[in-house]
Design a protein around this ligand. Structure first.
Ligand SMILES: C[S@@+](CC[C@H](N)C(=O)[O-])C[C@H]1O[C@@H](n2cnc3c(N)ncnc32)[C@H](O)[C@@H]1O
Length: 241
Protein backbone atom coordinates (compact mmCIF):
# COMPACT_ATOMS: atom_id res chain seq x y z
CA UNK A 1 0.00 0.00 0.00
CA UNK A 2 1.29 3.50 -0.80
CA UNK A 3 1.57 6.11 1.98
CA UNK A 4 -1.53 7.85 0.65
CA UNK A 5 -3.53 4.61 0.50
CA UNK A 6 -2.50 3.71 4.06
CA UNK A 7 -3.45 7.19 5.29
CA UNK A 8 -6.83 7.10 3.51
CA UNK A 9 -7.50 3.57 4.74
CA UNK A 10 -6.82 4.65 8.34
CA UNK A 11 -9.02 7.73 7.97
CA UNK A 12 -12.04 5.80 6.65
CA UNK A 13 -11.61 3.05 9.22
CA UNK A 14 -11.78 5.76 11.92
CA UNK A 15 -14.85 7.55 10.56
CA UNK A 16 -16.87 4.64 9.08
CA UNK A 17 -19.45 4.69 11.88
CA UNK A 18 -20.21 8.41 11.46
CA UNK A 19 -19.58 8.74 7.72
CA UNK A 20 -23.22 8.77 6.55
CA UNK A 21 -24.42 11.14 9.25
CA UNK A 22 -21.62 13.56 8.47
CA UNK A 23 -22.30 13.37 4.74
CA UNK A 24 -25.89 14.38 5.33
CA UNK A 25 -25.03 17.11 7.82
CA UNK A 26 -22.13 18.62 5.91
CA UNK A 27 -23.92 18.58 2.55
CA UNK A 28 -27.15 20.04 4.03
CA UNK A 29 -28.86 16.81 2.97
CA UNK A 30 -27.87 17.29 -0.70
CA UNK A 31 -25.74 14.15 -0.91
CA UNK A 32 -28.67 11.90 -1.75
CA UNK A 33 -29.73 14.13 -4.64
CA UNK A 34 -26.15 14.14 -5.94
CA UNK A 35 -25.95 10.34 -5.87
CA UNK A 36 -29.37 10.00 -7.54
CA UNK A 37 -28.22 12.26 -10.36
CA UNK A 38 -25.08 10.12 -10.70
CA UNK A 39 -27.11 6.91 -11.00
CA UNK A 40 -29.33 8.56 -13.64
CA UNK A 41 -26.29 9.78 -15.59
CA UNK A 42 -25.44 6.18 -16.51
CA UNK A 43 -28.44 6.35 -18.85
CA UNK A 44 -29.05 2.61 -18.82
CA UNK A 45 -31.92 0.40 -17.85
CA UNK A 46 -33.19 -3.11 -18.44
CA UNK A 47 -31.24 -6.04 -17.11
CA UNK A 48 -27.73 -4.65 -16.64
CA UNK A 49 -24.66 -5.17 -14.46
CA UNK A 50 -23.06 -2.09 -12.94
CA UNK A 51 -19.96 -1.58 -10.80
CA UNK A 52 -19.63 1.08 -8.10
CA UNK A 53 -15.94 1.64 -7.33
CA UNK A 54 -14.98 2.68 -3.76
CA UNK A 55 -18.57 2.14 -2.73
CA UNK A 56 -17.91 2.94 0.94
CA UNK A 57 -21.08 2.54 2.99
CA UNK A 58 -23.03 1.71 -0.18
CA UNK A 59 -25.02 4.92 -0.58
CA UNK A 60 -24.42 5.24 -4.31
CA UNK A 61 -24.88 1.48 -4.76
CA UNK A 62 -28.32 1.81 -3.08
CA UNK A 63 -29.27 4.56 -5.54
CA UNK A 64 -28.14 2.32 -8.39
CA UNK A 65 -30.26 -0.56 -7.03
CA UNK A 66 -33.26 1.76 -6.82
CA UNK A 67 -32.72 3.25 -10.28
CA UNK A 68 -31.96 0.00 -12.12
CA UNK A 69 -34.50 -2.29 -10.46
CA UNK A 70 -34.55 -5.91 -9.43
CA UNK A 71 -33.52 -7.35 -12.81
CA UNK A 72 -30.14 -5.64 -12.65
CA UNK A 73 -27.05 -6.51 -10.69
CA UNK A 74 -25.00 -3.95 -8.74
CA UNK A 75 -21.48 -4.78 -7.59
CA UNK A 76 -19.54 -2.59 -5.15
CA UNK A 77 -15.87 -2.70 -4.22
CA UNK A 78 -13.94 -0.89 -1.51
CA UNK A 79 -10.62 -1.47 0.23
CA UNK A 80 -11.87 -0.54 3.70
CA UNK A 81 -13.66 -3.34 5.53
CA UNK A 82 -15.38 -1.13 8.17
CA UNK A 83 -16.98 0.92 5.35
CA UNK A 84 -18.08 -2.27 3.56
CA UNK A 85 -19.54 -3.64 6.79
CA UNK A 86 -21.94 -0.72 6.82
CA UNK A 87 -22.67 -1.19 3.13
CA UNK A 88 -23.74 -4.78 3.87
CA UNK A 89 -26.47 -3.42 6.18
CA UNK A 90 -27.53 -0.58 3.90
CA UNK A 91 -27.80 -2.22 0.50
CA UNK A 92 -30.38 -4.80 -0.49
CA UNK A 93 -28.82 -6.86 -3.24
CA UNK A 94 -25.44 -5.30 -4.08
CA UNK A 95 -22.57 -7.80 -4.21
CA UNK A 96 -19.80 -6.29 -2.08
CA UNK A 97 -16.12 -7.13 -2.39
CA UNK A 98 -12.97 -6.02 -0.62
CA UNK A 99 -10.66 -4.78 -3.39
CA UNK A 100 -8.48 -1.85 -4.45
CA UNK A 101 -9.62 0.44 -7.22
CA UNK A 102 -6.24 0.27 -8.98
CA UNK A 103 -6.55 -3.47 -9.55
CA UNK A 104 -10.16 -4.42 -10.06
CA UNK A 105 -10.72 -8.18 -9.70
CA UNK A 106 -12.87 -8.45 -12.84
CA UNK A 107 -12.43 -9.53 -16.43
CA UNK A 108 -12.36 -6.97 -19.24
CA UNK A 109 -15.69 -5.54 -20.38
CA UNK A 110 -17.98 -7.28 -17.90
CA UNK A 111 -20.00 -4.24 -16.73
CA UNK A 112 -22.56 -2.19 -18.64
CA UNK A 113 -21.46 0.89 -16.73
CA UNK A 114 -19.27 1.96 -13.80
CA UNK A 115 -19.55 4.72 -11.21
CA UNK A 116 -17.31 6.26 -8.59
CA UNK A 117 -18.55 8.71 -5.96
CA UNK A 118 -16.38 11.02 -3.86
CA UNK A 119 -13.41 8.70 -4.11
CA UNK A 120 -11.18 9.81 -6.98
CA UNK A 121 -9.66 12.38 -4.59
CA UNK A 122 -8.67 9.58 -2.28
CA UNK A 123 -7.11 6.97 -4.52
CA UNK A 124 -3.32 6.89 -4.92
CA UNK A 125 -3.47 7.10 -8.72
CA UNK A 126 -6.59 8.61 -10.25
CA UNK A 127 -5.72 7.80 -13.86
CA UNK A 128 -4.93 4.18 -12.99
CA UNK A 129 -8.31 3.82 -11.27
CA UNK A 130 -10.07 5.36 -14.26
CA UNK A 131 -8.17 3.06 -16.65
CA UNK A 132 -9.33 0.08 -14.61
CA UNK A 133 -12.91 1.36 -14.74
CA UNK A 134 -12.61 1.73 -18.51
CA UNK A 135 -11.12 -1.76 -18.84
CA UNK A 136 -14.03 -3.48 -17.05
CA UNK A 137 -16.71 -1.43 -18.84
CA UNK A 138 -18.23 -2.78 -22.05
CA UNK A 139 -17.64 -0.76 -25.23
CA UNK A 140 -20.34 1.88 -25.49
CA UNK A 141 -20.88 1.84 -21.71
CA UNK A 142 -20.49 4.89 -19.48
CA UNK A 143 -18.07 5.73 -16.70
CA UNK A 144 -19.62 8.27 -14.32
CA UNK A 145 -17.68 10.16 -11.64
CA UNK A 146 -19.26 12.21 -8.86
CA UNK A 147 -16.76 14.43 -7.12
CA UNK A 148 -16.49 17.69 -5.21
CA UNK A 149 -15.63 20.74 -7.25
CA UNK A 150 -15.28 24.47 -6.62
CA UNK A 151 -17.89 27.09 -7.58
CA UNK A 152 -16.89 29.44 -10.41
CA UNK A 153 -18.83 32.44 -9.09
CA UNK A 154 -16.35 34.48 -6.99
CA UNK A 155 -18.81 35.13 -4.14
CA UNK A 156 -19.89 31.48 -3.95
CA UNK A 157 -16.26 30.45 -4.25
CA UNK A 158 -15.30 32.60 -1.24
CA UNK A 159 -18.19 31.31 0.85
CA UNK A 160 -17.43 27.74 -0.14
CA UNK A 161 -13.77 28.14 0.79
CA UNK A 162 -14.64 29.64 4.17
CA UNK A 163 -17.07 26.78 4.82
CA UNK A 164 -14.47 24.16 3.83
CA UNK A 165 -11.66 25.68 5.86
CA UNK A 166 -13.50 26.69 9.05
CA UNK A 167 -16.90 25.06 9.51
CA UNK A 168 -16.47 21.61 7.96
CA UNK A 169 -13.36 20.57 9.96
CA UNK A 170 -15.00 21.67 13.21
CA UNK A 171 -18.33 19.86 12.63
CA UNK A 172 -16.48 16.81 11.26
CA UNK A 173 -14.24 16.65 14.30
CA UNK A 174 -17.08 17.12 16.81
CA UNK A 175 -19.31 14.48 15.24
CA UNK A 176 -16.73 11.85 14.24
CA UNK A 177 -14.21 12.41 17.02
CA UNK A 178 -11.48 12.31 14.36
CA UNK A 179 -9.82 15.67 13.79
CA UNK A 180 -7.36 14.62 11.09
CA UNK A 181 -9.88 13.12 8.65
CA UNK A 182 -11.84 16.37 8.47
CA UNK A 183 -8.73 18.47 7.99
CA UNK A 184 -7.76 16.15 5.13
CA UNK A 185 -11.20 16.44 3.45
CA UNK A 186 -11.13 20.21 2.65
CA UNK A 187 -7.47 20.02 1.67
CA UNK A 188 -8.21 17.17 -0.76
CA UNK A 189 -11.10 19.17 -2.27
CA UNK A 190 -8.98 22.31 -2.71
CA UNK A 191 -6.15 20.33 -4.29
CA UNK A 192 -8.37 18.30 -6.64
CA UNK A 193 -8.19 19.19 -10.35
CA UNK A 194 -10.82 21.52 -11.79
CA UNK A 195 -13.76 20.00 -13.68
CA UNK A 196 -11.91 20.73 -16.94
CA UNK A 197 -8.79 19.08 -15.51
CA UNK A 198 -10.69 15.94 -14.54
CA UNK A 199 -12.21 15.81 -18.01
CA UNK A 200 -8.65 15.70 -19.41
CA UNK A 201 -7.67 12.88 -17.06
CA UNK A 202 -10.75 10.88 -18.06
CA UNK A 203 -9.89 11.39 -21.72
CA UNK A 204 -6.32 10.19 -21.10
CA UNK A 205 -7.75 7.13 -19.34
CA UNK A 206 -9.45 6.21 -22.63
CA UNK A 207 -12.92 7.76 -22.43
CA UNK A 208 -14.64 9.59 -25.23
CA UNK A 209 -17.20 12.40 -25.29
CA UNK A 210 -16.39 13.35 -21.71
CA UNK A 211 -18.76 16.01 -20.42
CA UNK A 212 -19.57 17.35 -16.99
CA UNK A 213 -22.28 19.23 -15.22
CA UNK A 214 -22.24 21.09 -11.95
CA UNK A 215 -24.76 20.65 -9.16
CA UNK A 216 -25.46 22.96 -6.18
CA UNK A 217 -23.70 26.03 -7.63
CA UNK A 218 -20.62 24.02 -8.59
CA UNK A 219 -19.98 22.43 -5.21
CA UNK A 220 -19.99 19.04 -6.95
CA UNK A 221 -19.60 17.92 -10.55
CA UNK A 222 -20.73 14.81 -12.38
CA UNK A 223 -18.41 13.73 -15.18
CA UNK A 224 -19.64 11.29 -17.80
CA UNK A 225 -17.49 9.54 -20.39
CA UNK A 226 -18.12 6.71 -22.83
CA UNK A 227 -15.87 3.75 -23.51
CA UNK A 228 -15.27 3.77 -27.24
CA UNK A 229 -15.72 0.78 -29.51
CA UNK A 230 -12.34 -0.48 -30.72
CA UNK A 231 -12.64 1.13 -34.16
CA UNK A 232 -13.54 4.54 -32.65
CA UNK A 233 -10.68 4.56 -30.14
CA UNK A 234 -8.31 7.44 -30.67
CA UNK A 235 -4.84 6.36 -31.66
CA UNK A 236 -2.13 8.78 -30.50
CA UNK A 237 -1.07 10.99 -33.34
CA UNK A 238 -4.24 10.38 -35.33
CA UNK A 239 -5.97 13.54 -36.46
CA UNK A 240 -2.92 15.70 -35.62
CA UNK A 241 -1.33 17.95 -38.21
C1 LIG B 1 -15.52 9.50 0.56
S1 LIG B 1 -15.81 7.78 0.54
C2 LIG B 1 -17.00 7.59 -0.74
C3 LIG B 1 -17.89 6.42 -0.51
C4 LIG B 1 -19.09 6.31 -1.45
N1 LIG B 1 -18.68 6.16 -2.82
C5 LIG B 1 -20.05 7.46 -1.31
O1 LIG B 1 -20.56 7.96 -2.33
O2 LIG B 1 -20.33 7.86 -0.19
C6 LIG B 1 -14.34 7.21 -0.24
C7 LIG B 1 -14.23 5.69 -0.24
O3 LIG B 1 -13.14 5.33 -1.09
C8 LIG B 1 -12.53 4.19 -0.54
N2 LIG B 1 -11.20 4.10 -1.14
C9 LIG B 1 -10.21 5.02 -1.08
N3 LIG B 1 -9.14 4.61 -1.75
C10 LIG B 1 -9.47 3.39 -2.27
C11 LIG B 1 -8.78 2.47 -3.10
N4 LIG B 1 -7.54 2.72 -3.51
N5 LIG B 1 -9.41 1.33 -3.45
C12 LIG B 1 -10.68 1.09 -3.04
N6 LIG B 1 -11.38 1.92 -2.25
C13 LIG B 1 -10.78 3.07 -1.88
C14 LIG B 1 -12.54 4.46 0.95
O4 LIG B 1 -12.36 3.30 1.70
C15 LIG B 1 -13.92 5.07 1.12
O5 LIG B 1 -14.87 4.11 1.44
Amino acid sequence: MTDKAAYVHRAFTAIARRYDLLNTLLSFNQDRRWRRATASALEIDGSVTVLDVATGTGKLASELERKLGADSCVVGIDFCEPMLRRARCQTRSTALLLAASEKLPFADECFDGTTVGFALRNVPDMEKTLREMVRVTKAGGKVVCLEFSRPKNPIMRGLHRAYLMHILPLVGWLVSGDKEAYVYLPRSIMEFPSAEGLRGIMQRAGLQGVRFRFLTCGVVAIHIGTKPHQADAHTPGEGCD
